[in-house]
Structure formats: C-alpha cells, structure tokens
Design a binder for this molecule. Sequence first.
Ligand code: NAP
Ligand code: F7E
Length: 362
Amino acid sequence: MKFKKALITGITGQDGSYLAEFLLKKKYIVHGIKRKSSSFNTSRIDHIYDNKKYKNKFFLHYGDLSDANSLIEIIRSVQPNEVYNLAAQSHVGVSFQLPNYTTQVNSIGALNLLQAIKDSGFSKKTKFYQASTSELFGEIQEKKQSEKTKFYPKSPYATSKLFAYWITKNYRESYGMFASNGILFNHESPRRGETFVTRKITIGLSKIIYGLEKCLYLGNIYSLRDWGHAKDYVEMCWKVLQFKRPDDFVIATEKQYSVKFFVEQCFKYLGIQIKWFGKGINENAKIIKFNQTKYPNLKKNMTVVRISKKYFRPNEVSNLIGNANKAKRLLKWSPKRSIQHLIKEMMDSDLELIKKIYISQN
Ligand code: NAP
Ligand code: F7E
C-alpha cells in the first residue's frame, strides 16, 4: 500500500503539531519544515519525534519560508501529495512592530512555496493548503462573515495574509493547481502560543493561583471573537484538501464571546468569584469570594486583572464572528468542542504546568 505524503510548514506551532498527529493517525507519512532557532523550538512535536511508532513516518527538515532555495530543495526531495502552509509570523500585535518581516514571511513565503511546487513540476500532483484568516475581514462589512464577505484588513498581519490568500487563488486559476484557502477564525488549545489572549489568561491566572504573579494585565477586553478548538480546526484543513475541487472555506463556530467573558469563565471554572470596578483604562477585577484552603496565595479584594495601554493595538479588530455554512454543507463539518470544554482543557493544562514550576522553585 502506498501512503500519502504530507508536508507541513509551521509544524512546530500550535496547528502544525495537531495536524501532524491527525495525519499520522490517518496513515500519512508526515514531513515538517522547522526553522533554525538558537533555542529549542520543537516542544510541541517532541512527543511525536520520540515515538518509535512513527520512526519511519515522521521527518523534519530545516527550512524557512523566506529562503526559496530551501523550499525547492525540500519539495523536490519529499515530493508531497499535500502541502499545508501553516508557517507564519502569526501575532497581529507584533505585526505592527515588524511589518516588513511579517510581509516577507507571510506573503512572500506563501509565494515562494507555491513557486517551489510549480518549479519542481508538481503543479498537477501536489495539493496546497493556505492558512488564511478571519483577520482578512478586519473592519467587518457583514454581521457574520462568510466566503462572500468583503475583506477589510486592519494590520500588517492581515494585509500580508491578504496577499497569500490571493496568490493561492491566482496559482489555482493560472496553473490549474489544487490550491485552497481555509479562512479560519480564532482557534485555541493548551498548545496556543503564550502571548495570544486566551493562553495569556489561562497561564496568567495559573501563576496568580500559585503566587508566582499578582495580577494579569490585558488590553481591549471588549474585543469579540469566535473562538474554536485547534483540534477541530486541523481536521478541517485536511477536509479542505479532500474536497472534490480546490475552493475557499470559512471555518468558525458561529458563536461570539468577549475577552472579558473569557476571563470571567476561567475564574468561574476555578470557583473564584470576581467583581469588576472602574471604567476604561482604570477597569479592574477584584477577588470577592474564594476557598482560602484551596487557594492559600489569594486574598480577598486582591486586584487580579488590570488594563494596560501596552496591549492596545494601533488599529483594533473588535468584532468577528463567522458564517461557516459552506463548510458545514459541503465538507460535512461542525465543531465538536465548546468554549467551556476549551477553557477547562486550557486551565487544567496550565495549572499543571505552573504547579511544576512552583514545585521546582520551592
Ligand atoms: P503559531 O503557533 O504561531 O505557529 C507558527 C509556525 O510558523 C511555527 O511553527 C513557527 O516556527 C513557524 N514559522 C514562523 N516563521 C517562519 C519562517 N520564516 N519559516 C518557517 N517557519 C516559520 O501559529 P498557529 O496558531 O499554529 O497558526 C497556524 C497558521 O494559521 C498561521 O499561518 C496563522 O497565521 C494561521 N491562523 C491561525 C489562527 C489561529 O487562531 N490560531 C487563525 C487563522 C489563521 P517557530 O516554532 O520556530 O516559531
Ligand atoms: O487577540 C485582544 C486583542 O492576540 C484577540 C492569531 O492567531 O487569531 C489570532 O489573532 C483579541 C484582540 O488574537 C490582550 O486586542 C486584549 O482583539 O489572541 P489575540 P488575534 O489578534 O485575534 C487570528 C484569527 C489569526 O489569524 C492570528 O494569527 O484580544 N486582547 N488584551 C489581547 N490580545 C493579546 N494578544 N494580549 C492581550 O493582552
């Protein structure tokens, strides 16, 4: 039996690691591109690499989206059936400070990869998935955003992804490539990068519980997002490439919550009652009721959340919610995990992580 070969860029990231696990379970041979880093960057995939079961099924290659030669070399040697382009400078806030770099990686990087497939003579053999994003909708032009909603990107990240979205379509139309966009709304997990807001909250509260920090500082807590679970969403990436023709799909839960709600639900899960005071930059949350025996490091009236100007962006996307009807209808997909499931999983995982750090320090 001939196994399919997949190549994943961004394999060391949140989605890349879940997608690798998913594809290996589907009996794919998985190749991943990791970039050179002076410190270890493979913590999310070490368990796969170390698993004897995957010895001849999982391979890593050094490469970088900004280095076209490395991509051509890898494509030629791997000859993948499917390429998932998940690599990116993916932080919206950071993209305002690194607009050029963000564009090099996210826009030119996607182009380099498409061109590497074409130059290698695989335009008709290799399917291509581009990790597009709800950030393309930015200043929303429709209440719920679908594949038909007009784009209005509001950050260097979003504009860089706009190019990648269009160049993917362009290679599809110009060269007959099976090249598709998954327009994914926010998706989170215990493997989410620590500077994205959900993970910042779950890790921040865990540190407060163990007395390693006193307060969590956030930016715009009124921002609204459609948050799904990364495990549900990587299944979608695969489904997008299994569809009978290349196409573009919005993937979303169609439910919307504020950052403030996410904070409240995390405290609720921990069994800690908080109350909000003040307005604007002075808004803050204090602890009202909690179990002192369970949480010896907490104090009544302790301020556990404050607002900091540092985390506001020059241009904010404040309201996103998807319409995933097309994916539901054509790909027979719907998200399995709720926001409560997500919060429980993320809180449990970060409490465990911080407990280990606390024990090692005491
Ligand atoms: P992530 O955790 O930030 O992972 C990004 C990955 O890209 C990491 O493996 C990173 O490597 C790699 N990378 C960065 N620059 C690179 C370069 N120049 N060359 C090669 N690799 C590079 O992102 P994610 O949350 O998994 O998201 C996956 C993709 O989906 C991204 O393209 C993101 O923009 C997009 N997206 C994400 C969401 C979401 O809510 N998560 C929603 C829509 C779209 P290191 O580990 O070395 O840093
Ligand atoms: O912010 C607000 C912030 O950084 C969510 C990426 O995966 O999803 C992600 O982009 C919201 C924003 O994600 C803090 O201003 C408040 O309104 O978690 P985030 P994002 O910007 O939505 C999209 C779909 C992607 O494609 C991206 O790759 O939360 N917010 N206070 C904060 N955000 C952060 N990071 N930190 C705060 O302290």
